[in-house]
Structures are given as structure tokens and as C-alpha cells.
Design a protein around this ligand. Structure first.
Ligand code: SF4
Length: 211
């Protein structure tokens, strides 16, 4: 497999990256996706949120964190005082893995080779945005960003050392809340998710205050 590195412009802006990713053939996923899903948000965002891969809805629209998971993320961020429009949101892999089946799409997780091939795009987004706080959403994103040794049960919700940003934390993906069975289970997963985001909000306040 080749790599996205061959398709990256040198010293790019976000707009240049967004244009270049349209032509990426760094792994086979471009051939089965409907649209590329690049990150969204201000180039000077202080916080970046990274999920694993585009959902079927994101694949159709070409935008990250749409549909029920996106709305839930927005609601949880609002609860802790973070405005979604002020943060940068993206995925580790920019094309969805799956294929059309009639009017629907099969959807499956990217494998390690896809994640590795696509990594240059995330590194380029990090290099442009240079967020003070980087938040991995879900175990797959956390392992892709923080390494295979990451364990979401033990390490979620705590700031971990990483060369990628001054403050790095992982929590669950908002879709974990939606997948929980039953109202009470969803409430518990959502509450812990909001607790983790509250730590992010607290750290952002400290960053803004220059602490
Ligand atoms: Fe390129 Fe990433 Fe899409 Fe693969 S998934 S074609 S590496 S943008």
C-alpha cells in the first residue's frame, strides 16, 4: 500500500489540504467511499477532537461528526461550555470503509494499514492547527493517535504525555452512548462522557488563562 504522504502539498494551509485530499489514492478506501471527509473547524482552534473513521452519514455529506453522534457530541460539549464551532473536528481516516448495498451502505472499520496510510493527513492537520488540547474520541482513534498500548478503560479521562499536543486526553466516541442498551445504560455512558469533557473544558480554561 502507498501512503497519503505522496499527495500532501508542502507547507499547506487547511484549504490546500482540503483540496489535495480529494485526490488522495494513498490506500484503497478512496475507491469505495462516496466522498472524502476532511476535518472542519477554525485553523486556530485551541482544541482538536479526533474520531476514528467517517460514518455512512458523513460519507454521504463529506463532513465529519454529523448525524446522531455529531449532535450528541455538540450537546455534550455545550454542557461543559465548549462551543463546537470553536473546535476542530476530524477523523483518523478520511475515507469511509464500506460499499453501496442498494440504497444503504455496508460500513466497517478501517484496518491498521488504512490508518497508517492516512496518518499524514492527521499529522498535517495537527501541524497547521497546532491545538493546545487534543481529544481522541473512542478506543480506535486513541490507539491510532496514542499507540497500540492505549487502554480506554484504564486511561480514558486523564491527560497523557504525547508529542502531538501539550494536553492529550482520550474518551469514548459519542456513538458509544448511542450503542448502550437501555435508557439507564445510555445515561451512565453519557454522564461519564460529559465528565471527561468537563476535564477538557477545565484544561481549556487554564490554557486560555495562561496557567
Ligand atoms: Fe488517502 Fe486516507 Fe483516503 Fe486512504 S483513507 S485514500 S490514505 S485520504
Amino acid at each position: 500500500m502507498t501512503s497519503a504522504a505522496d499527495y500532501l502539498p508542502s507547507t499547506p494551509t487547511l484549504d490546500e489540504l482540503r483540496a489535495a485530499v480529494e485526490g488522495c489514492r494513498g490506500c484503497p478506501l478512496y475507491a469505495c467511499a462516496t466522498r472524502v471527509v476532511f476535518g472542519e473547524g477554525p485553523a486556530d482552534a485551541v482544541a482538536m477532537f479526533v474520531g476514528d473513521a467517517p460514518t455512512a452519514e458523513e460519507d454521504r455529506a463529506g463532513r465529519p461528526f454529523l448525524g446522531p453522534p455529531g449532535r450528541l457530541l455538540e450537546r455534550a460539549l455545550a454542557e461543559v461550555g465548549i462551543d463546537r464551532t470553536e473546535v476542530y473536528v476530524t477523523n483518523v481516516v478520511k475515507h469511509a470503509r464500506g460499499e453501496p448495498r442498494g440504497r444503504r451502505r455496508t460500513q466497517c472499520a478501517p484496518d491498521d494499514a488504512h490508518v497508517a496510510a492516512c496518518r499524514p493527513w492527521l499529522d498535517a492537520e495537527l501541524a497547521v492547527v497546532r491545538p493546545a488540547v487534543l481529544v481522541c474520541l473512542g478506543a480506535a482513534a486513541a490507539r491510532a493517535v496514542l499507540g497500540e498500548g492505549f487502554r480506554v478503560r484504564r486511561q480514558r479521562g486523564v491527560f497523557l504525555p504525547s508529542p502531538l499536543a501539550p494536553h492529550v486526553l482520550a474518551t469514548v466516541h459519542p456513538s458509544a452512548v448511542l450503542r448502550a442498551r437501555g435508557e439507564e445504560a445510555r445515561r451512565v455512558v453519557y454522564t461519564r462522557f460529559v465528565d471527561d469533557l468537563a476535564r477538557v473544558a477545565e484544561r481549556l480554561r487554564a490554557v486560555h488563562a495562561g496557567v
